[in-house]
Design a protein around this ligand. Structure first.
Ligand SMILES: Nc1ncnc2c1ncn2[C@@H]1O[C@H](COP(=O)(O)OP(=O)(O)OP(=O)(O)O)[C@@H](O)[C@H]1O
Ligand SMILES: [Mg+2]
Length: 306
């Protein structure tokens, strides 16, 4: 049984097609990332998983039953967590626990505050919390319910490196324990650190869904930045290397670096030629990560085909 199984989901806001025939499968214990340009439909899709709205078309099953999921099975937030500003972090969690009929003293509040790294500010009013602290408190609130599916909209938004580490650790541990996580992010590094599988949305449609490794492998020829002590000689050698294209517009030709586009075998050839000519290679690296390149290629194609 999949934790999430969506088939042909569409969602309209007036004339706007927010989701257009979306399929999604997420297996138990997976951390699945949603990525896509602004307005692609990520928040809309996460809202459907949380039961905040219903799809106009298609079928959506969560935890083996038609959406919306039964209370307690799913937790999370979109567009920032709902919190009481005049209460402290601890009081917010206690209020939530009581709303759900639990005894605030035994609900595990200190534990979840510790997990997200908010122990030191547990008794501060949420009014004074930064964006990153609110995000972490929202995650703590979701953890209180021990959900089987956790849904988070841009959970890394506003997090400092320490906060991010807390959140990543918590999400990996939850997934290890069998909780399924679906999250959105604009950060490729986050997705690479967290998710085995991603779904890329562009203008409401799925343009890729599957393992991250497959996405990088599908990416086209990449652009690489080459730095050598002798850029003029290196340029001449690059120009004479078969299968390699010099991207020599002035904007990207900064200092001793030049940009080339090539498949990997042509790059190998270039490095061999440079070394044979006695030119050292200081750096040869993708201009953007393979994942980001694949993302840009897939979403640009979608925009231009509309
Ligand atoms: N409540 C709403 N009323 C009208 N239009 C909406 C509503 N919610 C979303 N939309 C529209 O649906 C589309 C998808 O929006 P959504 O918020 O899901 O995108 P997103 O991928 O989360 O974008 P972002 O990266 O900016 O958060 C957009 O065109 C948006 O304007
Ligand atoms: Mg959004």
């Amino acid at each position: 049984m999949q934790t999430v199984r969506a088939r042909g989901i569409s969602k309209y806001f007036g004339d706007v097609v927010a989701l257009d025939g979306v399929d999604l499968d997420v297996a138990p214990g997976q951390i699945h990332g949603l990525v896509g340009p602004n307005g692609a439909g990520k928040t809309t899709l996460l809202g459907l998983l949380l039961g905040l709205a219903a799809a106009d078309e298609g079928t959506l099953e969560i935890l083996g039953a038609p959406a919306p999921a039964a209370p307690g099975g799913v937790a999370g937030f979109v567009d920032g967590p709902g919190l009481y500003p005049s209460l402290t972090a601890r009081q917010n969690l206690a209020a939530l626990a009581r709303l759900r009929g639990r005894d605030a003293r035994t609900a595990g509040i200190d534990d979840v505050l510790g997990q997200v790294g908010l122990t030191d500010v547990a008794d501060d009013r949420v009014r004074g919390f930064s964006l990153g602290m609110r995000q972490r408190l929202g995650l703590a609130a979701a953890l209180l319910t021990a959900p089987r599916l956790l849904v988070l909209d841009e959970p890394s938004n506003g997090l400092d490196p320490a906060g991010k580490k807390h959140v990543h650790t918590v999400l990996h541990r939850l997934a290890d324990e069998g909780t399924t996580v679906v999250l959105s992010s604009h950060r490729m590094d986050d997705l690479e650190a967290l998710c085995a599988e991603v779904t890329i949305l562009a203008t409401g449609r799925v343009v890729f869904s599957g393992p991250l490794g497959k996405l990088a492998a599908e990416s086209r020829e990449l652009e690489y930045r080459l730095r050598t002590p002798d850029p003029d000689a290196a340029r001449g050698i690059a120009a004479g290397t078969p299968g390699l294209h010099l991207c020599d517009d002035a904007a990207r030709h900064a200092g001793d670096a030049l940009v080339v586009r090539a498949p990997v075998p042509a790059l190998d050839d270039l490095v061999a030629r440079l070394v044979r000519a006695g030119i050292a290679v200081r750096e040869l690296a993708p201009v953007v990560s393979p994942l980001e390149a694949a993302f840009l290629a897939l979403t640009e194609h979608q925009e231009s085909s509309r």
